[in-house]
Design a protein around this ligand. Sequence first.
Ligand code: ADP
Length: 269
Amino acid sequence: MVRRMSVKPTVLKLGGSVITDKEKPLTPNLKAIERLAGEISRAKVSPLILVHGGGSFGHPIAERYDIAGGYADPSQILGFSQTHLAMTLLNSWVMEALISHNIAAVEVHPSSCAVTKAGRIANMELEPLKKMLKLGFVPVLYGDAVLDSEKGFAILSGDQLVSSLAIALGASRIIMGADVDGLYTADPKADSSAQLISHLTLEELKSLKHRIEGSKATDVTGGMLGKMHEVKLAIENDIETVIVNATKPLRVYKALKGEKVTGTIIEKG
Ligand code: ADP
């Protein structure tokens, strides 16, 4: 008999900065991957969807060939292939760790099942994902180079996949594993006076400012800016989101278990 999916899924994102060494091309952070696989295994959350970023695997090649800019020249085609290959290599490390921790993980390659329109998901085949979740599998997706109906191709970020899948599959919550403790009043890596925002409502999230020099408003930049845009879409659909530091032991575990944890909780309010 087919197991029924009684509870709403949880979507967990593992940031590329967490699972790779961002300074060294094509270098996985195997220690972090191994520890996180252990935490996910121990937490036993089901149904669970996992999404990971590209870090030093996808980004450098995608940038070199301007995959995100779309098709402009035949020389980019090989760059698309190389970007996707690099992501499958990183994905293999993640899959191996998950399965060795007895997690029934199955990778789902976004380039094979999603098409974007001007960089946003326009079509995605969800049937295999739904069936996997029903049987107790953990589908694993990642930021990937995908075909685009307007630009030829595009980069589909792990962050967009998270919000889009969470909405489409009726998730109850999203856990974003980052390399910082959560959302700060400024980039904590660039500003030592940045303060962690532990709780945020949708209204507060919408009024966040960015790149406003000298202002006391929250300065959201870099990867965090894109994340906040995606999170906003999820929160509008009533999906609570928590951002935790996945480079620190047990933060992801506690978030998965719904325990009190250092991080940023964002909810509709
Ligand atoms: P990932 O690779 O984990 O998806 P990114 O490196 O793309 O994450 O984005 C997270 C980074 O965003 C953090 O490491 C931090 O340096 C930067 N950042 C910029 N502004 C902020 C902010 N206001 N709060 C937290 N992080 C921020």
